[in-house]
Design a protein around this ligand. Structure first.
Ligand SMILES: [Zn+2]
Length: 78
């Protein structure tokens, strides 16, 4: 499928991405999310069904598989 970004000649390809979302003020990271990624500009499309699944993951409050280190850029530039 052709990229939807204006003037980008790229095509979307299926990839598993690391998706970062803000949920109730917290940063949540979900890996292996299927998405379409433009190989030129990097634009990411996530299908509606996948977004519903992400909502389900966020809402069910299960224990995450992993905890990841989280750095705040602002802490280093003050
Ligand atoms: Zn593109």
């Amino acid at each position: 499928m052709k990229c939807t970004i204006e003037n980008c000649p790229g095509e979307y390809e299926e990839k598993n991405i690391v998706h970062t979302v803000k949920y109730k003020g917290e940063v949540v990271v979900i890996k292996n999310v299927p998405a379409l990624v433009c190989h030129i500009c990097g634009d990411v499309l996530i299908e509606p069904g996948t977004i519903q699944m992400i909502d389900r993951i966020l809402n069910n409050k299960s224990k995450p598989e992993l905890q990841v280190p989280l750095y705040d850029y602002y802490s280093y530039i003050r």
